[in-house]
Design a protein around this ligand. Structure first.
Ligand SMILES: Cc1cc2nc3c(=O)[nH]c(=O)nc-3n(C[C@H](O)[C@H](O)[C@H](O)COP(=O)(O)OP(=O)(O)OC[C@H]3O[C@@H](n4cnc5c(N)ncnc54)[C@H](O)[C@@H]3O)c2cc1C
Length: 431
């Protein structure tokens, strides 16, 4: 089969690669923009597809969009999206820095549809990435296979496909239809029979788990909804304007240059600013509702804290979770109809990237400061990894906060590798 040839292939039309697409159009020669293709597994661009609940808001400022921190004059800003869709007055009047998740999602789709040179092709899931043939001692291209039977050959690759969901191994014995990870919630919840859901258990103790609990509680008015967590209870994000400075893209250099142990310490300390907490309004909403439930004696919302799940099985039509109270060591059972996972994402590299690293013989996948994967010397083909470099680039790596500037780092590096004068100049500017 003759492969489709492109210069830069970006896997995933999420925020990371859309920011890259804009940066390519704004910073690179026209030929590179025209030779750039973004492929997306779904038929459209949606932000947080599984958790696109109408009441959820972004947790970062709308000014941390795909471009403003790099180029505030860009036509691809969130403000221009609001202007183009006739909603700028209303958004200003709302007086909020944090748009609804659905507005960010609309903005991403608008960007994807507005790119003038870079193409986006939907309904194409990358299933494998292989090094191209070794020619004159050099691997200069990648071969990417897609689930529609396609084969794409490219010199440069950007993997921005998000992270793999974390599914606790203890639940391995349960049938798929009884377990819903947050990334699948919106797609799958509509297919559940409300009459069949009398007891739902949400596992996790941070924002996604709390959102799952609230959404399930509202959707299934007859159901008893239990949240089960290992921690001592729900907490608000422990953030301040001081620690928020560590989410700046200008902090990445400092973080990256620090010794590995110091980086680990910083990540541990910053965990509570992002992963381990809830937005204060979500906490208040849940607490008030639990209070009301108790007041009325209905008790439909419940928290079980300091508890591990050690196993799971089916007993007839019931899911049985085997639990251990971490305070007393007491073993117990929790029976339910459905398990919802607010367990987040694995911190390691996604499987797609691990397999790619193995195919190149590099062992563990790591990137340099400019997000370029470290590859054997024989490779002139480049591969950039986005959103999976928390260990080396800091806690903001998976967030919107750094996307605009990161896209410039990647484009500069890519052009410099091609030896173009504009690339050298951009790189010098960026450093
Ligand atoms: C519920 C939730 C809320 C969040 N809220 C915020 C927030 O408020 N602020 C913030 O800064 N960050 C937030 N985040 C973090 C989030 O990771 C980033 O905002 C952002 O979405 C990362 O962009 P990305 O492009 O790297 O990955 P993703 O947004 O995950 O996009 C990846 C894209 O790649 C596609 N894809 C995946 N695999 C393939 C494949 N094999 N082939 C083709 N396409 C593929 C996916 O369908 C998707 O469109 C949130 C995360 C979650 C889970």
């Amino acid at each position: 089969m003759q492969p489709q040839e492109v210069e830069l292939l970006a896997i995933g039309a999420g925020p990371a690669n859309l920011a890259l697409g804009i940066a390519v159009e704004e910073l690179a020669p026209k030929e590179l923009a025209a030779g750039t293709l973004i492929i997306e597994q779904h038929d459209d661009t949606v932000w947080q597809r599984g958790m696109l609940l109408p009441w959820t808001q972004s947790q970062v400022s709308f000014l941390k969009d795909l471009v403003t921190l790099r180029n505030p004059r860009s036509e691809y800003s969130f403000v221009n999206y609001l202007h183009a869709t006739g909603r700028l007055d209303e958004f200003i009047n709302l007086g909020s820095f944090t748009p609804y998740r659905s507005e960010i999602s609309g903005y991403l789709q608008w960007v994807a549809s507005s790119l003038s040179e870079v193409r986006v092709e939907y309904g194409r899931r990358c299933v494998s990435i292989e090094p191209g043939p070794l020619e004159n001692g050099v691997v200069s291209r990648w071969l990417v296979r897609t689930d529609d039977g396609g084969l794409i050959s490219c010199r440069n690759l950007s993997v921005g496909a998000g992270r793999d969901p974390r599914i606790p191994g203890e639940l391995a014995g349960l049938p798929d239809e009884r377990v819903i990870h947050s990334t699948q919630y919106s797609d799958r919840v509509g297919r559940l029979d409300p009459a069949g859901i009398e007891r739902a258990v949400v596992i996790g103790g941070a924002q996604s788990a709390a959102e799952l609990l609230w959404a399930t509680y509202q959707r299934f008015p007859q159901a008893r909804c239990t949240m089960l967590m290992r921690s001592i209870g729900l907490n608000a994000y422990q953030t301040s304007k001081f620690t928020n400075e560590l989410f700046y893209s200008s902090f990445i250099d400092e973080f990256h240059a620090a010794p590995a142990e110091t980086r680990r310490q910083m990540l541990r300390e910053m965990h509570v600013t992002n992963y381990a907490g809830l937005a204060p309004n979500m906490l208040e909403t849940l607490y008030r509702e639990m209070y009301q439930e108790r007041l009325q004696g209905t008790d439909r919302l419940r928290m079980i804290t300091m508890t591990d799940i050690v196993g799971a099985r089916m007993d007839g039509d019931e899911v049985v979770l085997d639990t251990v109270d971490r305070k007393t060591g007491r073993a117990d059972e929790l029976r339910c109809d459905i398990v919802l996972l607010g367990t987040g994402f694995v911190s390691e590299m996604p499987e797609l990237v691990k397999k790619l690293a193995a195919a190149t013989g590099t062992g563990e996948a790591t990137v340099d400061r400019n997000y370029r994967m470290r590859l054997p010397r024989s490779y002139t083909a480049n591969c950039y990894l986005q959103g999976v470099n928390e260990a080396t680039h800091g806690i903001a790596d998976s967030l919107l906060s750094v996307l605009a500037v990161r896209a410039q780092d990647i484009v500069s590096d890519l052009l410099a590798r091609q030896g173009t004068a504009s690339g050298e100049a951009l790189l010098a500017n960026a450093l």
